[in-house]
Ligand binder design. Structure first.
Ligand code: FAD
Ligand code: UDP
Length: 379
């Protein structure tokens, strides 16, 4: 008899397995349909011995010290600041758009924040309302930069024009007037020193936690005895798609190993123009690994395949709300994570969501935290 059945061994499922086992001293069975733990953050050494990310580049960044401290129980960190170049008109230019991007693209020598701000202001359009992913960018930098850096990339990535997507999607990428060319603004940017999979192994290494891989929810839904459940798969799948399928965007990852030490100057080069893929990642920049060969991944967006991205559009949010109501009326099951809460969350946000779910569970079921403290004090 397990206290908990957890579906999915990604961040959401693994954080909850850790807390339920270590703080509440409860017995957890965590299952995943894949043949590995870690969810989309899974990394592995490929046949050439290069550490790579099976599901595309995962860079940890957050402003929340509490989340860093929590994960630091399971990993040391390698400081890494992410920088991305975009392949535009045969040049490699920094993205997020910043002063260097503008100067190099247009052959200018703007030398202050004010000059770049004025450059943007002269070109920015003023949509009546900033509602879509197009509005956000043309409202800030104007149409030419929007078309060069955002329109094509977004159409490929989402199969939708930016004017059909919620503003929150392109608003993820900042625009800067200075020369800061880091991809993220967060105070904490780093990689788990020995990789994500090693970190997950430590999280799940506890006598109260049993891991079953290559096991689908459908395989264990009935045959196994458990009291409560955490579900981190797609929420519509849990309810047998009864209101119709929630759209998730997928990707096909084309992995290659090349017989050269370095392929490109930075970890990620974006291709916002005519190429059929969106970006190429070279992992050694992320991991710091030294190796005579290098491994890279092309990302080809697609409608079919594993669900990776909830698609932020009003009608999808409406459909999700109908499933969410069902979820709220389902006793003893908690829905957590990117797929189960249909949110375009980064890793740190999923860790935060899982930790706060744990606090709610602990409060609702009573005093696991107090019990753990008492055990620690007695020993
Ligand atoms: P997942 O990692 O998707 O885990 C869910 C698990 O549940 C999966 O392993 C799945 O196999 C399993 N599962 C689902 N249904 C079932 C079922 N029926 N039965 C059994 N198992 C099931 N975030 C960042 O912070 N930084 C980044 O740089 C970054 N890069 C990304 C790049 C890409 C290409 C993608 C797709 C995402 C990226 N993310 C990044 C987001 C990050 O992957 C997620 O925030 C995080 O992995 C979500 O964790 P999760 O546990 O909610 O979901
Ligand atoms: N985007 C773009 N061009 C770029 C980078 C991003 O058009 O060079 C858009 C695209 O729609 C993308 C969104 O901005 O999906 C958010 O980018 P981010 O890098 O945050 O996406 P992630 O890969 O993390 O999902």
């Amino acid at each position: 008899m397990f206290d908990w059945l957890i579906i999915g061994a990604g961040f959401a499922g693994s954080v909850l397995a850790d807390r339920l086992a270590r703080v509440r001293n409860e017995r957890v069975l965590i299952v995943d349909r894949r043949n590995h733990i870690g969810g989309n953050a899974y990394d592995r050494f490929d046949d050439a011995g290069v550490l790579m990310h099976q599901y595309g580049p995962h860079i940890f960044h957050t402003n929340a010290q509490s989340i860093v401290d929590y994960l630091a129980q399971f990993t040391e960190w390698r400081p890494y600041e992410h920088r991305v170049l975009a392949h535009v008109d045969d040049a490699l230019l920094p993205i997020p758009i910043n002063r260097t991007t503008v100067n190099r693209l247009y052959g200018l020598s703007l030398d202050s924040d004010e000059a770049v701000e004025a450059f943007f202001n002269e070109r920015a359009e003023t949509p009546a309302e900033i509602r879509t992913s197009e509005d956000v960018v043309v409202g800030r930098v104007g149409r030419d930069l929007y078309e060069k850096f955002f329109r094509g990339y977004t159409r490929k990535q989402w199969g939708l024009d930016p004017s059909q997507l919620d503003k929150s999607v392109t608003a993820r990428v900042p625009v800067r007037t200075n020369t800061d060319d880091r991809y993220f603004n967060d105070t904490f940017q780093c990689m788990p020193k020995l990789g994500y999979t090693r970190m997950f192994e430590k999280m799940l290494d506890h006598p109260n936690i049993k891991v079953m891989l290559q096991t689908d929810f459908a395989d264990v839904r009935r045959g196994i005895s458990y009291k409560r459940m955490i579900f981190t798969g797609p929420i519509d799948e849990y309810f047998d798609h009864r209101f119709g399928k929630l759209p998730y965007r997928s990707l096909r990852f084309e992995h290659k190993t090349l017989d050269m030490p370095q392929f490109q100057p930075v970890a990620v080069v974006n291709y916002p123009q005519n190429e059929p893929f969106t970006r190429i990642t070279e992992y050694k920049h992320l991991t710091g690994q030294e190796h005579a060969k290098t491994s890279i991944t092309y990302e080809h967006p697609s409608a079919d395949g594993d669900p990776y991205y909830p698609i932020p559009k009003p009608e999808n949010a409406e459909l999700f709300k109908r499933y969410e109501k069902l979820a709220q009326a389902t006793p003893n099951v908690w829905f957590v994570g990117r797929l189960a809460t249909y949110r375009y969350y980064n890793m740190d946000q999923v860790v935060g969501q899982a930790l706060s779910t744990f606090q709610k569970i602990d409060a609702a079921l009573g005093t696991g935290t107090k019990r753990a403290r008492a055990i620690m004090q007695a020993s």
